[in-house]
Write a protein of this length. Structure first.
Length: 283
């Protein structure tokens, strides 16, 4: 099956899209590329497509040169497009004024959705749509987190939704039933570790703090630990080895990164990361 042209847009076959999606995934995040390779068949393709779709909108939210108003407009419009059968031409038109500024992963959102198996596409689109809406809301608010409720809301949209989406995919593709609150905790825990790791960089480079008013760094550590404890409980419901391996690696890295920061280090060393990957695969 070869690539063909439809309405001026080149439509690629699934084999080509799979190869390109995995290349973009590997170049975008080795942290998630490795555990995704543990999965099999449609579940592997679904999670890969989901990661790329969410990364597509995340790159818009995090973009250094786009104004918050532009981010709000792009993310809100993308959220709406994701609620229906995705209109690739409308999305291309939406991003056209910023195409030279945005990365490949964002520009090719339509490809990632095409690559996603039809049976799981609605799950991926619905979750990415909700995430895009939440990111738009927080971009408009300039990410001003003042309370615990603010932090919970932000971390739900950018990470808790990843947890709930994965749970839906596990139910769809592997008949695994998990607790929604624990799934949100899994995502929040990973995000809290990221916030701790990037706390000074976020403030120095973006003028943004995700730490509630009057919270100390110790309070943020406690928040991360609280949610990682939920993540540990989340794992107990997963009884398929490939899915367990997928979930276990990011969680192990989060726990060890948190310990490294508590010990006064900025992050894990590359050797520690590689050792953790080997340990998880050996379990």
């Amino acid at each position: 099956m070869c690539d063909h042209v439809n309405g001026g847009i080149v439509v690629k076959d699934q084999k080509t899209l799979y190869k390109e999606a995995m290349q973009v995934l590997k170049g975008t995040s080795r942290t998630f590329y490795i555990p995704i390779t543990f999965l099999k068949n449609d579940l592997k393709m679904s999670v890969a497509a989901a990661y790329l779709a969410m990364r597509a909108i995340d790159e818009i939210e995090d973009h250094e040169r786009l104004s918050n108003d532009v981010k709000f407009d792009l993310l809100t419009a993308t959220s709406e497009l994701l609620k229906e059968t995705f209109d690739a031409e409308a999305y291309e038109t939406l991003l056209a004024p910023y195409a030279d500024q945005l990365p490949e992963v964002s520009l090719r959102l339509a490809d990632w959705l095409t690559f996603c198996p039809e049976g799981s596409r609605k799950i991926v689109q619905a979750s990415t749509s909700e995430m895009s809406f939440g990111m738009a809301k927080w971009a408009k608010a300039n990410w001003q987190v003042h309370t615990r409720e603010d932090l919970d809301d932000y971390t739900y949209y950018v990470a808790g939704l990843v947890g709930t989406m994965l749970s839906e995919l596990w139910a769809w593709g592997a008949d695994i039933q998990t607790d929604r609150d624990l799934a949100i905790g899994y995502g929040r825990g990973l995000q809290a570790v990221n916030i701790l790791r990037n706390q000074h960089e976020d403030m120095d480079e973006r003028g943004v703090s995700f730490v509630p008013d009057d919270w100390t760094r110790e309070d943020l550590f406690a928040y991360a630990e609280e949610n990682l404890a939920k993540a540990d409980l989340y794992m107990k419901d997963i009884n398929k080895r490939t899915v367990l391996l997928f979930c276990r690696l990011p969680l192990a890295l989060a726990h060890k990164t948190l310990k490294a920061m508590k010990d006064g280090r900025e992050k894990m060393t590359r050797v520690e990361v590689e050792k953790t990957v080997e340990e998880v695969q050996a379990e």
